[in-house]
Write a new protein. Structure first.
Length: 486
């Protein structure tokens, strides 16, 4: 029942021990404060969150959690996050697969540059372009694996200028994702692994303009340039028209780029295999083309989905949200009320005798309920009594109930006193909370009646009532077709 700022800047939690909780010096004071958080009617939970990751061992994390004191009838609630995996990386086969990006003015520049990507080399992979501008025998700028070494640099008129560092053994197992960033800052080529500096090399020339396309995983002309074709996976490949600092690289490597960051000229994510496209999420939207038969694979970048619960009701969102960026979460719970019945024939809710309830044509009956057991049929809604001489003038009684087989049953009398009874398909888990709906709608078809000469002599009118069942908004009529009553 309120908002509390824990400190001037947002709290950072370690995912293991740190948390914020209600405290008080005396139990009585604590219980009094705790009751202030108890929902009386409707409830809204809100929070800004920026999760970096959710531990694999736990799978879930709580953002807000209210657990009432033991022995009370107050309602618990929570807002939480569930660990998810993003399938926005690409698996390349080391032979025929490459992502080709057409050359463009905003990508063809000289000077300072940052090339970065997540890469998972196959076991004992020694060769493979990660990001490259140009072809094997010409001028080029690259971030690559070459003879078991990570390299970033250029080749100009056959002269190579780069920083080259031996791959750690941990990166050669075929199981390890590693983030690589290659930077030219105006005077040095620098190489970073997982945000940590590996090496640097002084160089007078950085990025160069090249009259060729870009490639991810191989040279763009893979058919003729059969060198350094990567066997492995790539995720979140980015190009910056700036030499980024170590602090900037480390701060952003575990999150997806938004796309509008200063000097970001490309950010390819592999989320559109149906169109064989590498989507550029930068403001330039300069998409790449998948060549060969690359496959989607799970990204190393963390993600989560949102869940929330009040009492025994829990809802799980389907959308996967990339971690590392601020997002506002809100859960809104609108409290509805029902009646608790003991199953005795003398216990029911009397809705009165208003004539508006005398429905003999179109109607919709809808009831939300939870039954404890199906040892006997459970009445849900009734109007009048079917098949009784007590009220011979009440031509429109109807009833909706749950039978012992867990089927919804709709029974009614028509205006002629004929009795009708229809049953739905069995309800899955019938003793759980459900909303059942039955509809009766009048259908009419008119057809012209003609004599032997073809002249219309009248109209033939055929009418019937169509009966349909729904459970929790889904059709539940046997056979999928409405019942018909003439």
């Amino acid at each position: 029942a309120g908002c509390r700022r824990l400190r001037a800047t947002p709290n950072a939690f370690d995912g293991a021990q740190s948390h914020a909780r209600l405290e008080a010096s005396e139990p009585a004071v604590f219980n009094q404060k705790l009751r202030q958080f108890s929902p009386v009617d409707d409830l809204t939970l809100e929070a800004w969150v920026r999760p970096t990751q959710i531990a694999e061992a736990n799978q879930r994390a709580r953002v807000l959690h209210y657990q009432p004191a033991t022995g009370t009838k107050e309602t618990p609630y929570l807002l939480g996050l569930k660990r998810e995996e993003l399938s926005t990386a690409i698996q390349l086969n080391g032979s025929t697969d490459v992502v080709r990006i057409a050359n463009a003015t905003h990508l063809n520049f000289a000077g300072v540059i940052t090339l970065e990507a997540w890469v998972r080399p196959a076991r004992e992979e020694n060769l493979g372009n990660i990001i490259v501008h140009g072809n094997a025998n010409g001028d080029q700028v690259y971030l690559r694996i070459n003879n078991g070494r990570y390299e970033v640099g250029n080749q100009v008129n056959g002269v190579v200028s780069n920083v080259s560092v031996v791959m750690p053994a941990a990166d050669r197992t075929g199981l390890t994702w590693v983030h690589l960033a290659g930077v030219y800052d105006g005077s040095h080529w620098q190489l970073y692994r997982n945000g940590i500096a590996l090496g640097n090399q002084a160089a007078p020339v950085g990025a160069i303009q090249v009259s060729a396309d870009w490639g991810l995983g191989a040279h763009p002309s893979i058919g003729t340039d059969r060198v350094r074709i990567l066997n492995g996976a790539i995720a979140e490949a980015r190009i910056w028209k700036r030499g980024r600092t170590q602090a900037e690289i480390a701060a952003d490597l575990n999150r997806e780029a938004v796309g509008n960051e200063t000097d970001l000229v490309a950010c390819w994510r592999f989320d559109d295999f149906n169109n064989r496209r590498a989507t550029d999420h930068s403001r330039f939207a300069h998409h790449g083309t998948l060549v060969g038969n690359p496959q989607p694979t799970e990204s190393p970048l963390p993600a989560y989905s949102v869940f929330a619960g009040v009492g025994e009701q829990l809802v799980q969102a389907t959308e996967k949200i990339p971690a590392g960026n601020w997002n506002h979460l809100a859960m809104v719970f609108n409290q509805s009320y029902g009646v608790q019945l003991d199953g005795q024939a003398t216990t029911f809710l009397d809705a009165g005798t208003a004539p508006t309830l005398d429905l003999n044509r179109d109607l919709t009956l809808e009831v939300a309920f939870k039954v404890n057991d199906l040892s006997q049929p459970r009445a849900l809604l009734t109007k009048g009594k079917i098949n009784t001489p007590e009220d011979p003038e009440q031509h429109v009684p109807y009833a909706l109930f749950l039978n012992t087989s867990g089927r919804t049953v709709f029974a009614f009398e028509d205006v002629k006193g004929n009795k009708h009874l229809f049953m739905s398909e069995p309800i899955p888990n019938p003793t759980a909370f459900h909303t059942v709906t039955v509809t009766r709608k009048r259908q009419t078809i008119t057809r012209p009646v003609r004599n032997n000469g073809g002249d219309q002599t009248g109209v033939d009118i055929v009418s019937w009532d169509a009966i349909q069942f729904f459970v929790d908004g889904q059709a539940n009529t046997p056979g999928g077709q409405p019942f018909g009553v003439v």
